[in-house]
Design a protein around this ligand. Structure first.
Ligand code: ADP
Ligand code: MG
Length: 361
């Protein structure tokens, strides 16, 4: 098991990178503590695989160092790092049986056959592969093959870390849910360092204790799922996490009030005071579930038009128009939605201000 540290890591696939956009990873400075289950969450192309391959040693970063338990392994190849890696698509020996595929990483380390058998049966059971153990991998469906790949990653309990790169991509939704729970259970049993890459927020938030959100080659925030939801520190975290994502309204700030196209939204005094030092575009941000929708006017409420109501069973999503801006509110199913006109309230503690994408704290 290991504490995995990336020290001032940057990576470009170009031989002579010049500007920031030439870097797939701009600056990653991060520690994954021993035994934690961490997710790396971000959209396609943000640098997740690049980062994972630097952790595993498939890629040497253009700059910076990789440390395992304080030891510099930047130049060590994957086989010297004692890690397991599970890729997006199955990696296995087609001509071998499922049993032999799962046994391979153990035999390779010189484990005795009695123990090999015990461990293979255990992993096969967890992944529902027991009925297939004697079958050749070649004849199996894509999702069964991917489960074998997962099994090969999970079978050794003596690795420094297990790295997963979108491992459930080819698995059907029902099975995904099941495997995610299994992985969480396995983590709780083994307490190995798990680093799990995904573009799927549900996957990241249910699997990991700690989620690092990536955007354009940078980690913009690391936190617990609850933290990322309640306290997004970057506009991208607000937008990417939650469904629908956070609302953003471009504004100017006068005193303690944000002006949005002629309507006034009251801000927290401290935040408003800091806005005078802001350098970039100012935006008010609020999560749909914290935006209040009322049928009547009152102090500190602003008038909006109701454009659409979507009933999603246990809650409703209301689309509203506030001056030129579209907003979403998420309401409990039993709350009536006013027709035509509505008055919105922005609770102080949930109304945030962003400067050029970054939260003003
Ligand atoms: P993700 O896994 O988040 O989808 P990647 O790490 O694969 O992102 O890619 C990050 C960026 O680096 C993308 O712009 C991608 O096009 C680029 N990239 C990835 N692999 C290579 C490569 N082998 N050669 C050149 N560019 C690459
Ligand atoms: Mg990738």
């Amino acid at each position: 098991m290991a504490r995995v540290e990336l020290n001032e890591v940057a990576h470009s696939y170009l031989p002579k990178p010049k500007q920031p956009s030439d870097y797939a990873l701009k600056r990653i400075h991060n520690v994954w503590e021993d035994g934690t289950a961490c997710a790396l969450l971000g959209p396609s192309g943000c640098g997740k695989t690049t980062l994972l391959n630097i952790v595993s040693g498939l890629l040497v970063p253009s700059r910076g160092r990789v440390l395992y338990d304080g030891k510099d392994v930047t130049a060590s190849p994957p086989e010297k790092r004692n890690i397991a890696q599970v890729f997006q698509f199955p990696v296995l020996y087609d001509t071998m049986s499922v049993f032999n595929n799962l046994a391979f990483p153990l035999r390779n380390r010189g484990m005795g056959e009695t123990q090999v058998k015990e461990r293979v049966l255990e992993i096969a059971e967890i992944l529902d592969l027991t009925p297939f153990l004697q079958k050749r991998a070649a004849g199996l469906a894509a999702d069964a093959k991917q489960k074998i790949s997962l099994g090969r990653g999970l079978v050794r309990s003596d690795v420094a870390a297990i790295l997963f790169d979108e491992p459930l991509t080819v698995i059907d939704p029902q099975m995904k849910w099941h495997l995610r729970r299994k992985l969480k259970e396995i983590h709780e049993q083994l307490r190995l360092t798990f680093i799990y890459v995904t573009h799927d927020q549900v996957e990241a938030l249910t699997f990991a204790d700690q989620v690092a959100v990536m955007f354009e080659g940078e980690i913009v925030q690391i936190g617990s799922p609850q933290d990322l939801f309640e306290n997004p520190e970057h506009r991208f975290v607000g937008y990417f996490i939650g469904s629908p994502g956070m609302n953003f309204l471009e504004c100017t700030v006068e005193g303690t009030v944000a002006q949005v196209d002629g309507t006034s939204i009251v801000l927290n005094e401290e935040t408003a005071a800091k806005a005078s030092k802001a350098k970039g575009k100012l935006e008010v941000g609020i999560r749909p579930m914290y935006l209040e929708v009322h049928a009547e006017s009152a102090d500190n409420r602003v008038e909006a038009k109701v454009r659409m109501v979507e009933d999603l069973g246990s809650y409703k999503i209301v689309t509203l128009k506030l001056a030129g801006n579209t907003l979403k509110a998420s309401l409990p199913e039993d709350q009536p939605v006013p027709e035509g006109r509505a008055w919105l309230a922005f609770p102080l503690q949930w109304t945030r201000l962003f400067d050029d994408g970054w939260l003003i704290k």
